[in-house]
Design a protein around this ligand. Structure first.
Ligand code: UDX
Length: 427
């Protein structure tokens, strides 16, 4: 099938490459000429494991192309995916201007009946608005289908190729079936429903996952007060299949481009209907506080952080990504700098992106270098590089052996035996 994908960000580029790998001929469109030129040379602008190879393979086999000419791509394709950004507006709602711009372009260039697939995360009711906008300009019938993405950064290719489920929201049976057939090779559960339900499934899923994280973080804070170990509590809870073990890892809060944005967006959707989502509101408040828990522990350990050398291990909002959006490290670093600490950060991939956001901190390539004369280490992002460190060597380098394990990944007993004072989150 000839497919156009408009938007070559995390979602658009991954969707385009994967749809090409499933045998479709895909043309990826972006307004950014530099980005398109780089993609044509096989240069991938985002760090996503497996994506570079996938794009290269499908470019070699002439199944994926890149262009800035959206009109041509639309004319030549039967199915057009909208995968442009829907950033958070000032009032928390999703900013749909890019989605509507693409819709208008499709309307003006539809030279035959088309199927538009909305993959961008959009408020409930957007697909109907997109169709109205398209049909204002199009002489041909254009159906719009909602097909939300459930891709996690750092595993987006795998999440596309091996999804738990595909959700399709369609008003036209024929359009729903055409998109169903597109995903049939994935042999996974495919739910065909209405556009409104499909759009709400996306927000409700992310809000629930975020709520699960804030819930376990609150239980972690309680665990400390009652002398329990949150890792044990989470293990015991997760053995109940109704709860499940995933997304029960307590830590210093969630970040990223999706959870914070979608948690705000679903609250706005509800507020607009005069129905406040009190649990989701609490999820957001708990998360904001949780990000600063590592700093509170350092404040408990040191009467003043002024002049103290604090090493931050990890800056990205999670491992295997260079993405710094809403990363817990931002709140932690800013709070430490505000208290006069000398912060040195180590991150294998996100360092360049972090430099654009985090001012007043130093950076190092090596944990062992950074540990020299350090008063404390804070593990913020659980990169594999930080999981098997030589703490015996680190202990010799540090001025005081304080470690705050912001993601509960270290062996507390082993660190204590090496002379560290260990602070976990909930243990
Ligand atoms: C999320 C959703 O998982 C995905 O389905 C959706 O399409 C996009 O948003 P992503 O934001 O890329 O994906 O990362 P995810 O792996 O979900 O982690 C989000 C944040 O939650 C990270 O900061 C992570 O550190 C934190 N997290 C995750 C926890 O604190 N505890 C957990 O148990 C899991």
């Amino acid at each position: 099938m000839k497919i156009a994908v408009v938007g070559t960000g995390y979602v658009g580029l991954v969707a385009g490459a994967c749809l090409a790998d499933l045998g479709n001929e895909v043309i990826c469109v972006d307004v950014d000429e530099k980005k398109i030129a780089a993609l044509r040379q096989g240069k991938i602008p985002i760090y996503e494991p497996g994506l570079e190879e996938l794009v290269a393979k499908n470019a070699r086999e002439k199944r994926i192309f890149f262009t800035v000419d959206s009109a041509k791509a639309i004319r030549e394709s039967r199915i057009i995916f909208i995968a442009v950004g829907t950033p958070q507006g000032k009032d928390g709602s999703a900013d749909l201007k890019h989605v509507f711009q693409v819709a208008e372009t499709i309307g003006r260039n539809a030279n035959e009946p088309k199927i538009v697939v909305d993959k961008s995360t959009v408020p409930v009711g957007t697909s109907r608005k997109v169709r109205e906008l398209i049909m204002k300009h199009s002489k041909h019938n254009v159906e719009v289908v909602s097909n939300p993405e459930f891709l996690r950064e750092g595993s987006a290719v795998r999440d596309f190729m091996e999804p738990d489920r595909v959700v399709i929201g369609a008003t036209s049976e024929e359009a729903g079936k055409a998109i169903y057939d597109l995903y049939r090779p994935l042999e996974c559960g495919i739910l065909v429903t209405t556009p409104e339900s499909a759009e709400l499934i996306k927000y409700a899923s992310n809000a629930f996952l975020a709520t699960k994280i804030s819930f376990i973080n609150e239980i972690a804070n309680l665990s400390e007060l009652v002398g329990a170990d949150i890792n044990e509590v989470a293990k015991g809870m997760g053995l109940d299949v109704r709860i499940g073990k995933h997304f029960l890892n307590a830590g210093c809060g969630y970040g990223g481009s999706c959870f914070p944005k979608d948690v705000q967006a679903i609250q706005k959707i509800a507020k607009d209907k005069n129905y406040p989502l009190e649990i989701v509101e609490a999820t957001e408040k708990v998360n904001a506080r949780q990000k600063l828990v590592p700093v509170q522990k350092l404040n408990k350990e040191f009467s003043s952080l002024k002049g103290k050398k604090i090493v931050l291990l990890g800056l990205a909002f999670k491992p295997n990504t260079d993405d710094m959006r809403e990363a817990s490290s931002i709140e932690i670093a800013n709070a430490l700098v505000k208290q006069g600490a000398a912060v040195v950060a180590v991150d294998p991939i996100a360092r360049e992106n972090a430099k654009k956001i985090l001012k007043g901190i130093a950076y190092s390539d090596s944990v062992y270098e950074a540990a020299k004369g350090a008063d404390a280490i804070v593990l913020v992002t659980e990169w594999n590089e930080f999981l098997e460190l030589d703490f015996e060597k680190i202990a010799k380098e540090m001025k005081s052996k304080i470690i705050v394990d912001g993601r509960n990944v270290y062996d507390r007993e082993k660190l204590i035996s090496l002379g560290f004072k260990y602070y976990g989150i909930g243990r």
